[in-house]
Design a protein around this ligand. Structure first.
Ligand code: MN
Length: 291
């Protein structure tokens, strides 16, 4: 089968702090301006594995608002806690996902879970922003705690590795996340020389981020922290592990072909809607600030 061509590959820019808990590289939109190119995925902050010293003070980000999209947090090492002003609270551990639909407006805080923070250790996570289509931007806020044990699982042959499906599907095995537009999100774990072929719809925007190890992608060699964007065309993505403990994060989604007006914590379709979001927030319409 024809291979799906690589459009470009990159590593993220130098890290910056989000609050005092997340040491992230912003792969997009600031690393590469993929805002319209890679919808529905509009932001990816990657906290590559980093050692955090034991801390008696909370590490994270205090209360802040969002409107018009979804924040999705993937924990790979360490533990992340979430509180929002709609009464949702959750802690995710390695392999788990928090999927928050900001919709019409919510305030949340996100931080290292207390006992992890006190003990210190390696922290490794992704925060992804998933855009909402115009018709759903003002939907009721929602929160999905997606535990690893509830995700779809595919075991590859001959001990080559396995696939864990968060959203959409891989070869007919479905993930539990409820999404507003069609998308497939999964992680791939491969042992050395393990192989897998991805056949995502050619009209979906598709990219992968290597979280650990070294791989060949359609014969091209790539290492941890590389993000690889594929052209929009039918074809196979052939992956082979060149090292032990390979971990890959896969994003594939139907584009949302609508204008994007992004400003701070709000992602709308027009500047007027952004102005309205700021006005509504300043007028207390996002609800209580103490939670
Ligand atoms: Mn947030």
């Amino acid at each position: 089968m024809k291979e799906r061509a690589i459009e470009m590959s990159m590593q993220g820019p130098r890290t910056h702090w989000v609050g005092n808990g997340f040491k992230v590289s912003n792969y997009f939109p600031s690393g590469q301006n993929l805002l319209e190119r890679f919808t529905p995925f509009i932001l990816l902050d990657y906290n590559a594995p980093a050692e955090f010293a034991p801390s008696d003070t909370s590490r994270g980000v205090g209360p802040h608002p969002h409107r018009g999209f979804e924040t999705v947090t993937f924990a790979f090492e360490g533990a992340v806690e979430h509180h929002d002003n709609k009464g949702n609270h959750g802690i995710i551990y390695p392999g788990d996902v928090q999927w928050m639909t900001a919709g019409a407006g919510i305030m949340h805080k996100e931080y290292h879970e207390k006992s992890f923070s006190e003990a210190g250790g390696i922290f490794h996570m992704i925060q992804l922003w998933v855009n909402l289509p115009k018709k759903d931007k003002m939907t009721e806020p929602a929160y999905q705690a997606i535990m690893n044990k509830d995700m779809g699982k595919v075991v590859l042959g001959d001990g080559e590795g396995n696939i864990t499906i968060v959203a959409g599907e891989f070869e007919g095995i479905k993930g539990p996340a409820k999404t507003f537009t069609p998308m497939n999100i999964y992680t791939i774990d491969l042992n050395k020389n393990g192989k897998v072929t991805l056949n995502e719809p050619g009209d979906y925007n598709m990219g992968i981020l290597i979280l650990n190890g070294s791989i060949n992608v359609n014969g091209e060699s790539h290492d941890a922290k590389d993000f690889i964007l594929f052209k929009n065309e039918d074809g196979a993505v052939n992956i082979e592990a060149n090292s032990e403990s390979v971990k890959i994060f896969v994003l594939s989604g139907e584009p949302i072909n609508e204008p994007i007006a992004a400003g701070g914590p709000f992602v709308m379709n027009t500047k007027e809607e952004l102005r309205q979001a700021n006005e509504d927030f300043n007028n207390g319409k996002f609800g209580k600030e103490e939670f």
